[in-house]
Design a protein around this ligand. Structure first.
Ligand code: FE2
Ligand code: FE2
Length: 285
């Protein structure tokens, strides 16, 4: 694992040129193009560190009943009463990966790393549950199906966040590392989506409702897909959210923040899972 601090100041302008290029402009919201000019690789990695911290605390609390003990003010989370050993094993593996992502990003950022943000799983999931029509007191730590749903909420965001950030990263080593993390987030998401799919119609409807809630938060484009899609007879599996070219979707940092702040509003700097906002230069929707 590379943990040395790399030179984040070096510029490779291709990514930015692509973001601003006329050929791709139609696919990228105007505000993302504008904001992209001001983002350094350090800003992007610190943005990712907020999200990895959220994921690492979520899975670690659910699997072990304890937080990372790494600082940050984290509300909620308890050991999930798993009923299925295979599910517990997968979630344990995912928790290990998320802690490794946090450690990796901290290592690369060195003394430029952000302080961990305050995280509120209680208020965040209550609000997310309301938005997805799951009732007023959704608690993802209550049972293993709910825990997978909460993870699914975050994993799809992680995949699209790293995909969207790829066009903004200047340094080749950083881009390769981000691609490596993106791949792992895709494995996480695929594992959870498969288990949710196998759990029957109620799980499908709930997962699809969470997908619709994400789509309602992140702007008018359709960047999300549930675990089923209409088929010749009823529904069929839709385990891989992808565009017509078989590519994962991209979200801008602002769209990612719309989801984790649980608001469709622009220019917001806190809310949802982050009561004080995320830390670092990229913090507004
Ligand atoms: Fe991660
Ligand atoms: Fe993940």
């Amino acid at each position: 694992m590379r943990t040395e601090t790399v030179d984040l100041g070096r510029r490779r302008s291709l990514g930015r040129a692509l973001m601003l290029g006329a050929g791709i402009a139609g696919a990228v919201p105007l505000r993302a193009q504008k904001d992209a000019k001001a983002m350094s690789d350090q800003d992007i990695l610190n943005f990712a560190l907020n999200l990895e911290f959220l994921e690492a605390e979520y899975y670690t609390r659910g699997v072990t009943g304890r937080g990372l003990g790494a600082g940050g003010n984290v509300q909620g989370g308890s050991q999930v009463p798993f009923r299925n050993d295979e599910v517990r094993e997968i979630l344990t593996e995912i928790a290990e990966n998320e802690r490794a992502h946090v450690a990796y990003l901290r290592g690369v950022l060195g003394n430029k790393a952000i302080q961990y943000p305050a995280v509120d799983f209680v208020a965040g999931f209550r609000e997310a549950g309301r938005l997805a029509g799951l009732g007023d007191d959704f608690n993802p730590f209550a049972d293993e199906l709910s825990f997978m749903l909460g993870g699914y909420l975050f994993e799809d965001v992680g995949v699209t966040a790293y995909k969207g950030a790829a066009a903004l990263i200047d340094v080749g080593d950083i881009l390769e590392a981000a691609a490596g993390i993106l791949g792992v987030e895709g494995y996480h998401m695929g594992s959870l989506r498969w288990i949710l799919y196998r759990r029957g119609e109620r799980a499908h409807l709930t997962a699809n409702a969470v997908s619709d809630a994400r789509d309602a938060l992140d702007g008018p484009m359709d960047l999300d897909q549930g675990v089923t899609t209409p088929g010749a007879q009823g529904t069929r599996a839709n385990l891989v959210p992808a565009d017509e070219f078989g590519r994962a979707f991209s979200r801008t940092p602002q769209q990612v923040l719309n989801i984790v702040y649980l608001t469709p509003q622009q220019n917001m700097n806190r809310g949802g899972f982050f009561p004080n906002g995320v830390n670092g230069a990229i913090s507004r929707t």
